[in-house]
Design a protein around this ligand. Sequence first.
Ligand code: LLP
Length: 454
Amino acid sequence: MTGYDWRRRLALFPDTTRLLGEDEEQQLVIAGCDLVELASEYGTPLYVYDQATMDNAVRSYRQALSASYPEAWGITYAAKALLCLAVGQWARQRDLFIDCSSAGEISIAVAAGVGRENLVVHGVNKSQADLDATLAHAGTIVVDNLFELERLLALVDGRTEPLPDLWLRLRPGLAVATHAYRQTGQESSKFGMDAAEVARAVGLCIERGLPPTGLHFHLGSQFQDPSPVTSALAVTLDLMVALRAEYGWSPTVLCPGGGWGVAYCEEDLPQPSIDDYVTLVARQVAQGCRQRQLPLPRLQLEPGRSLVARPGVALYRVGAMKHTSGRRWLLVDGGLADNPRPALYGSCYSALPVWQPARPPAEPQWIAGPYCESGDVMIHGLSLPEMHPGELLAVPVSGAYQLSMASNYNGARRPAVVWLRGGEAYPVQLREHAEDLLRRDLPLPGSALETLAY
Ligand code: LLP
C-alpha cells in the first residue's frame, strides 16, 4: 500500500471532482453537487454518477477512432457494466449501440427508447426468451455457437419480418492479462467458436441464404496490455482471407470487443489511455486489411467499464471502528452486497473521506461492510485519516459491474443511484425497501405445513 497522497487519489475520481471550502470546512464535491447533502437526502450506500466523465470517455473513443480509422466506425456500450433506464437514455442520446446479454437487458434498453438498429445481443446460451426478444427488438445478434445458429436459422425460417444482422463470435485462442474469471478468448473458454467452427457457420449461413455481416471477438475484461488484442486481430484478419477464398465472403463489420481497463487504486495510476488503445487497434485493422488486400470493415468497439467505472462513486457511512490482532477496522454500511468485486476477483479499491480529506493519515485501515462473510472486506490496509461514526467515505471507480452484480444478501436493499450533471442531481434509481424483498414471495397455504408430527 502507498502512503496517504490524497491529491493523487483524487485522480481516481470523476473529472468534475473538486475540493471546496477552507480547512475545517473542506469537502469533496462532484459536478458541483454537495455529497453530504445527497447522502442525507437519499441515504447510504449511495451511488452517484457524473455525466460529464461518461461523456468525456465517449469523446475519447470517438476522437481516437475518427483520427485513426479511415472507414466507418461505431461504439457499442456493453450494458452489463451498468444498465438502468437513465443509462439507456444516455446511450441512445449519444448514439451509442448498446450490447444486451439477455431478454431482461433488452427490455430495459427498449424501455429507454434504444432503437432496433442500435441494439446488439450477445450471450453464450441464449434462451428461447432471449431469442424471441432479440427477433422482436434487436438489429444484430452475435451468434456464440453452432447449436445456437441452427436454432436461430430454424426459428427464422419462413419469417417475413426483417431479421437481425448475424455476427459470428470467434474464440481466437488468446488470453489477456487479467483475473482468470474475466478471460474469455483463450482456447479453453466457454465463449465463441474456433476458426474452423466460424468457417462452418459462414458456410451454413450462406447455404440458408442468410450471410452473416460481422465477425466479433472479445478477449476479456480489465486488461491494460493490448498486445493479445493485436495478435487476435492478426488471427481474425487471416481468417477473413481464408473465408474470402473459400466462400467469397467478407464481413462488413469487425468488432474486437471491449475490455480496456481502468485504474482502481493509486498503484494502477496513471489511468490507462483510451486514445492509445483505440489508436493501436484502429491502425492495426486498417494496416492489416491493406496488407491482406481485404476491404476495410466498419470497426465497432464495445467498451463497458472504461465508459462508466470512473464516473461512478459509492458513498458509505461509517458505523463503527474496532481493533483486532494487527488490524484497525473501519466498518461502513455497504460492501459485499453492492460490490462483490473484491470478494470475487480480489479487486483493489481506494477511498477518501468526503469531509476534510486532507487531514493527516492515521494507521492503515481495513474497510469492511456489515455482511456475514469474512470476505466482505472492500479495502485492505488503506492509508486514511482517522474517521468517526457518521462520517462519509467515498469509494471512487465504483461505476462498473458493482450495481449490475449487486445482491440482496443478508436482506440488503440495493442502493439508490443519483445522476449528477452541472450542479443538478437527478435520482435515477430508488433505494430498495423491505417490501421489495418480499415482492416475489408467495406464502405457502397452511395445509402444506400441517403434516410433520414430532
Ligand atoms: N463485450 C463483451 C462480449 C463482453 O462480454 C464484455 C464484458 C464487454 C464487451 C465489455 O467489457 P469491458 O469493456 O466492460 O471490460 N464482472 C467483471 C467483468 C465481466 C466482464 C463481462 N464482459 C468485473 O467486475 O470485473
